[in-house]
Design a protein around this ligand. Structure first.
Ligand SMILES: Nc1nc2c(ncn2[C@@H]2O[C@H](COP(=O)(O)OP(=O)(O)OP(=O)(O)O)[C@@H](O)[C@H]2O)c(=O)[nH]1
Ligand SMILES: [Mg+2]
Length: 237
């Protein structure tokens, strides 16, 4: 069994989870579903899949607290389970499961952190309207400018970490819940001296289930970016 674990956070993903697990099966990775007590029964589907497949396991959390806390719980479990590489991925097919191999290959050939990136040549978004494009691209531009780091796509949620990156990161200090979590984890990794590479990906809109993106998630990111910069200036990260 490969040393890679894909953390799949789920909240009301009953229409996507089983297909996603089957899409990941041929890749030889382990899958850790992190479900926040989804009212639509995603957690029970995850339990059944874990019974049927040795490569699948489930972490049940009491309540929905956002992506950040779900991923942190998943990272801790993946580290405890001995994963060499730990991946983040949405469970709505916006991220192409086949790209897991490309992110893993980047880490296997030396990168500490591989980022699925929409904003490098070869990457992009499909089906997005102007507003969504503007919010996403503007968000990455804003974070890049304020933090002073050369990463084009800072808010993406398709990532592969080499184990040591998460071991060295102070996971309990991470307060971000939504997109800010993606910015914060990448920034912390770079501050620790790790290397990041951007791997071009095509991002497609979900066709099943509903988005959990909200205005408060965007506003959190807007506020967290300067807070992160100040924390770095003060030597706290
Ligand atoms: N465990 C857990 N998973 C979550 C939570 N919020 C979102 N997710 C999952 O995180 C992934 C990404 O969430 P989405 O709702 O697709 O949000 P998004 O990708 O930022 O926004 P869209 O592009 O509009 O879909 C999906 O697999 C969700 O089910 C949460 O609070 N807890
Ligand atoms: Mg999504």
């Amino acid at each position: 069994m490969s040393g890679a674990i894909v953390c799949l956070p789920t909240y009301n993903e009953r229409a996507n989870l089983e297909a996603m697990v089957h899409a990941l099966e041929p890749l030889g990775v382990r899958v850790l579903v992190v479900d926040d007590n989804s009212p639509d029964g995603t957690g029970e589907i995850a339990d059944r899949l874990a019974e049927e497949h040795e490569f699948v396991s489930v972490l049940h959390r009491e309540r929905k607290e956002g992506l950040g806390p779900a991923y942190i719980a998943g990272f801790r479990r993946a580290l405890a389970d001995g994963a060499e590489y730990i991946l983040e991925m949405d469970c709505d097919f916006s991220h192409d499961p086949a790209d897991v191999r490309r992110l893993l290959a980047a880490c296997e050939s030396g990168a500490d952190l591989a980022l699925g990136s929409r904003y490098v040549p070869g990457g992009g978004t499909e089906d997005w309207g102007l507003v969504r494009r503007f919010v996403s691209a503007g968000g990455s531009w804003y974070a890049r400018a304020l933090l002073g780091i050369p990463i084009r796509d800072l808010t993406g949620g398709f990532k592969c970490y080499r184990r040591v990156v998460l071991e060295r990161m102070d996971l309990s200090a991470i307060a971000s819940k939504g997109y800010a979590f993606q910015i914060e984890t990448t920034y912390r990794a770079l501050r620790l001296g790790f290397t990041a590479v951007e791997i071009p990906i095509r991002f497609t809109d979900r066709t099943r289930g509903t988005s959990k993106m909200s205005r408060s998630i965007v506003l959190e990111a807007v506020a967290r970016v300067p807070a992160l910069r100040f924390a770095a200036l003060a030597g706290r990260i």
